[in-house]
Design a protein around this ligand. Structure first.
Ligand SMILES: [Zn+2]
Length: 316
């Protein structure tokens, strides 16, 4: 298999990212988009134009106003494809910053997760699955104490077929109102190669640089799993990040581990962070790692806000 091919999908995760102008119009994993997606996108554009709210795609909004959070010194936005990605990837980090009165945490989930295999397994319609997973996400937001939760109702399983402009619209909307300093999202291989994860990664990167809109967030933190974690996760597929590329390692406290376990239980009911004697359920190490895009720290930082440079305003 060529180094940039995953499960038959050609993805460009080694793209040098010289600037937004060099990015293709849509995720490099796919070609033409089918008619149903074109009509979905038209509906989205209509909804955006017709909406009086500043977050047209939001179906859930727990924050009274994202703009009201801007005076908070440390603002972190997590952007993931599906309900549950946040729990696996960075629930401990979100719990940490949510508990910090000098930080504001917002989660943007791009789909309602309606295409989950849970539907056929339990005899649920896609709408019912989406409703259920969205409810679980609300529970997670409550457990973590997030300042904001936004669920964008983009089509689950189809994100890689959307044009970046459509994919990035909800992200850009949140960026403009919340102005996060740190964004956490999927890595370029989508952690496990899921096309939706890869598309979200590219969608976030597409918003970076201020070409579309004026927002330029400061730090992009990609969820990373070191090789030993990926080895231990087999046969589950996780793409490792080389240890030298890990720039932040958060050692989770007992309270953060408890919060992460609670989130995982809400979504799955099956997974623990700490191994329990006599319990052979899969476990995860109580450390969350991140690869900072375009930054390199060795040894890894112990906080996502350490050594954070203030971005120049676009055009300066
Ligand atoms: Zn996912």
């Amino acid at each position: 298999m060529a180094p940039n091919e995953v499960s038959g999908l050609r993805v460009a995760w080694e793209h040098p990212m010289p600037g937004q102008a060099a990015l293709p119009a849509r995720c490099p994993a796919v070609g033409r988009q089918p008619e149903d997606l074109i009509s979905l996108r038209e509906k989205f554009v209509e909804a955006t134009l017709a909406a009086s709210s500043d977050l047209a795609m939001a179906v859930v909004r727990t924050a009274p106003s994202l703009a009201a959070l801007r005076p908070v010194p440390r603002r972190v936005l997590a952007v993931f494809a599906h309900p549950d990605d946040e729990a696996y990837g960075c629930a401990g980090a979100l719990a940490r910053y949510a508990a910090n009165e000098n930080a504001a945490t917002v989660l943007l989930t791009m789909t309602r997760g309606e295409a989950s295999s849970m539907g056929p397994q339990r005899g649920l319609t896609p709408t019912q699955v989406g409703d259920l997973r969205e409810q679980r996400l609300e529970q997670v937001a409550e457990i973590l104490g997030l300042d904001g939760l936004i669920v964008a109702d983009l089509p689950d399983g189809q994100l890689a077929k959307l044009e970046f402009r459509d994919l990035a619209a909800p992200i850009q909307d949140v960026l403009e109102h919340f102005e996060p300093e740190v964004i956490i999202t999927h890595d370029a291989r989508g952690v496990n190669g899921h096309p939706d994860h890869i598309a979200v990664h590219w969608g976030v990167r597409w918003t970076r640089g201020g070409t579309w809109g004026s927002t330029c967030f400061t730090r992009l933190a990609l969820v990373a799993y070191p090789p030993e974690t990926c080895e231990a996760a087999k046969p589950r597929l996780l793409f490792p990040t080389a240890n030298e590329d890990i720039d932040v390692s958060l050692e989770l406290s007992a309270a953060e581990i408890d919060a992460k376990e609670a989130c995982l239980r809400v979504h799955e009911g099956l997974i623990t962070v700490r191994p329990v004697p006599g319990d052979d359920r899969p476990s995860r190490p109580p450390v969350e790692h991140f690869d900072l895009f375009d930054e390199c720290f060795a040894p890894p930082l112990s906080d996502l806000f350490d050594h954070l440079l203030v971005a120049d305003a676009p055009g300066t």
